[in-house]
Design a protein around this ligand. Structure first.
Ligand code: HEM
Length: 81
């Protein structure tokens, strides 16, 4: 059932995502995880533009208890891709 699959996805995502994550300090780290994936984490960045990857990384790094104010740029994402 679609609802069950959604619950499974949310549970999987929960495994890897925690609030106030010190591993997000270097912006290049979440960029790499998004572009390449990591074990259970899908390489979602392959479906996104450089701008979209930069925006979601900047959002995550300044929300959920994270307050890293330096911003990742689309150019940096392009260089990693
Ligand atoms: C745009 C949305 C997402 C972003 C920005 C994102 C970002 C990240 C980052 C930065 C990590 C590394 C965390 C760490 O090292 O402490 C991570 C891990 C993980 N993510 Fe995501 N993620 C996203 C969506 C998803 C989705 C949709 C799923 C599941 C379907 C998922 C599953 C996981 C899992 C299982 C891990 C742990 C991988 C491991 O430790 O081996 N993520 N994610």
């Amino acid at each position: 059932m679609a609802g069950d699959r959604l619950s499974l996805l949310i549970a999987l995502a929960d495994l890897g995502h925690k609030a106030a994550n010190p591993r997000l300090e270097a912006g290049g780290y979440p960029v790499c995880v998004l572009l390449n994936g990591m074990n259970g984490m899908p390489a979602l960045g392959r479906m996104m533009t450089d701008e979209q990857v930069a925006e979601v990384v900047n959002y995550v790094r300044t929300h959920f208890g994270n307050s890293y104010v330096d911003r990742v740029t689309a150019e940096e994402v392009k260089a990693v891709r």
